[in-house]
Design a protein around this ligand. Structure first.
Ligand code: GDP
Length: 303
């Protein structure tokens, strides 16, 4: 229900465009394919993934000799769902975390993408299940980042570990994990700096944060969640490229899918980086985070 509401704009735009692409045509020909290519690119599916999808449809046209435009929806949906299955994601159905105590999530991403908000919404969901959550204010470069996370910690009513602005993010991560162990916490969510770095700095910083956490828990973090703003299209691809080069990203959260006609970014990014999209943000409110479900998402595109 909420997903439908959240992604309304995405649906309407994609379907409208698709309708225009086949207007007055009864079969899928080169012109329809050209139009479709343009729609996919303008929906931020990305060029590489768009070409993949078009190729697959061309193959089907070649094989079946004829493909009616009424069938295009179904075929397209099958191909996109198939592509997403290859990434093997969308399995989770709720906000549960593995029973490993504490389960450590390190959150990375550029300023402004919705990192703090996503951490707050996640903390809320985990707490709602009765889990003990601890937050770590590892973005020490901006006072506002620490303050914002504190606001979420108060709102959700979970403890937060922080230091002064300008302190070493790795030191905050160390403190957080150590406190979490002491408090017997179930889940730890650690924020990291969101400055736009050069690649080497970013890599050094994230590596250091991880290394220091591992002094407390050998195999921490259990998850490196990259937050991307779904409304920024190519920037989101670029950020995914930078962060995956700098550290081993294990999951993605794509935010702001409520306000954009460009939900295709989810399809393209998951295909190109082969990393599961775990959560999607569909608003600014505390409840506006959803566990990503592949089938629902693809359906919402074609409804
Ligand atoms: P950060 O700098 O990455 O920590 O970003 P914030 O969490 O502070 O979010 C930046 C802005 O984006 C804030 O105004 C948030 O309310 C807003 N925001 C975050 N997630 C979403 C979302 O899913 N949808 C919408 N519409 N706004 C969001």
């Amino acid at each position: 229900e909420t997903l439908d509401k959240g992604l309304e704009k995405t649906n309407t735009n994609f379907l409208n465009k698709l309708g225009k692409a086949v207007a007055g045509k009864s079969k899928v020909d080169d012109e329809v394919l050209d139009n479709l290519e343009e729609i996919l690119v303008s929906s931020d599916v990305g060029v590489a993934t768009t070409i993949k999808i078009i190729d697959r449809i061309e193959e089907r046209v070649a094989r079946d000799k004829y493909l009616g435009t009424e069938e295009l929806n179904t075929i397209l949906r099958e191909e996109i769902a198939g592509l997403m299955s290859e990434t093997n994601f969308g399995d989770a159905t709720d906000f549960s975390v593995p029973a490993k105590k504490p389960y450590v999530i390190m959150v990375v991403g550029v300023n402004g993408v919705g990192k703090t908000t996503t951490i707050g919404k996640l903390a809320y969901q985990f707490k709602k299940q009765g889990l003990n959550v601890v937050l770590g204010a590892g973005d020490t470069f901006r006072a506002a980042a620490i303050d914002q996370l504190q606001i979420w910690a108060d709102r959700v009513d979970v403890p937060i570990v922080k230091q002064q602005m300008g302190s070493d993010p790795a030191s905050v991560a160390f403190d957080t994990v150590q406190s979490a162990v002491k408090m017997d916490a179930d889940v730890v969510i650690i924020d990291t700096a969101g400055r736009l770095h050069n690649k080497v700095n970013l890599m050094n910083e994230l590596t250091k944060v991880k290394r220091v956490m591992q002094k407390v828990i050998d195999d921490a973090p259990d998850e490196v969640l990259l937050v991307l703003d779904g409304s920024t299209g190519q920037n989101a691809f670029e950020q995914a490229k930078q962060f995956t080069a700098a550290t081993e990203v294990t999951s993605l959260a794509v935010t702001k899918l409520d306000g954009t006609a460009k939900g295709g970014v989810v399809i393209g990014i998951s295909d190109q980086f082969q990393i599961p999209v775990k959560y999607i943000g569909v608003g600014e409110g505390i409840e506006d985070l959803q566990v990503f479900n592949k089938i629902e998402f693809v359906d919402s595109f074609f409804r």
